[in-house]
Design a protein around this ligand. Sequence first.
Ligand SMILES: CC(C)(COP(=O)(O)OP(=O)(O)OC[C@H]1O[C@@H](n2cnc3c(N)ncnc32)[C@H](O)[C@@H]1OP(=O)(O)O)[C@@H](O)C(=O)NCCC(=O)NCCS
Length: 153
Amino acid sequence: MTEDLDKLMEVMSAAFDPNFGEAWTRRQVEDALLFGHTYYNLVAADGSWPDLETPAVGFTLSRLGFGEEELLLLGVSPEYRHKGLARNLLMKLSDSANKRGAMRLLLEMRKGNSAEKLYRAFGFYQIGERPEYYRFKNGERVNALTFAYDIKI
Ligand SMILES: CC(C)(COP(=O)(O)OP(=O)(O)OC[C@H]1O[C@@H](n2cnc3c(N)ncnc32)[C@H](O)[C@@H]1OP(=O)(O)O)[C@@H](O)C(=O)NCCC(=O)NCCS
């Protein structure tokens, strides 16, 4: 568990642009996992779950609600992008969330994040927009887009 958290936090630091303040601290991740109904997934460069000596290059963090699981964070280290690893993580999340009883995945992202293309290609569709939901370090306010994905079984 501690080793997994180390691996997850390594990707967290590499993947998220500090200008947007979207990365979570280790404490936030630990608290979420302790709170329960929160799950993580790790992926190594070859797409498998990393063994003890292998670093993770991607992760998801998600929280199960009533029949729905929310993708809280998805990150892939920059040098391992555009190889389908995020898609691989979304497929695994969809499978495992469904085994936990979810019929739908939900997520929220800042408008303009290039991840939108990945989400739409995967099958997510927009269900809402929250005006000026995010506030960045430079004071800029950006809308949040909410998306859903119906899990196919
Ligand atoms: C968003 C993010 C997770 C995508 O990770 P990724 O592993 O690069 O995603 P994928 O490879 O699965 O798909 C992304 C792109 O790679 C392309 N791709 C997939 N397999 C490929 C391959 N074998 N060769 C080349 N390109 C490929 C996909 O078509 C897609 O291309 P496009 O976006 O240009 O259309 C990553 O960019 C990231 O960590 N961003 C910062 C954090 C963030 O914003 N997270 C989301 C909000 S929480």
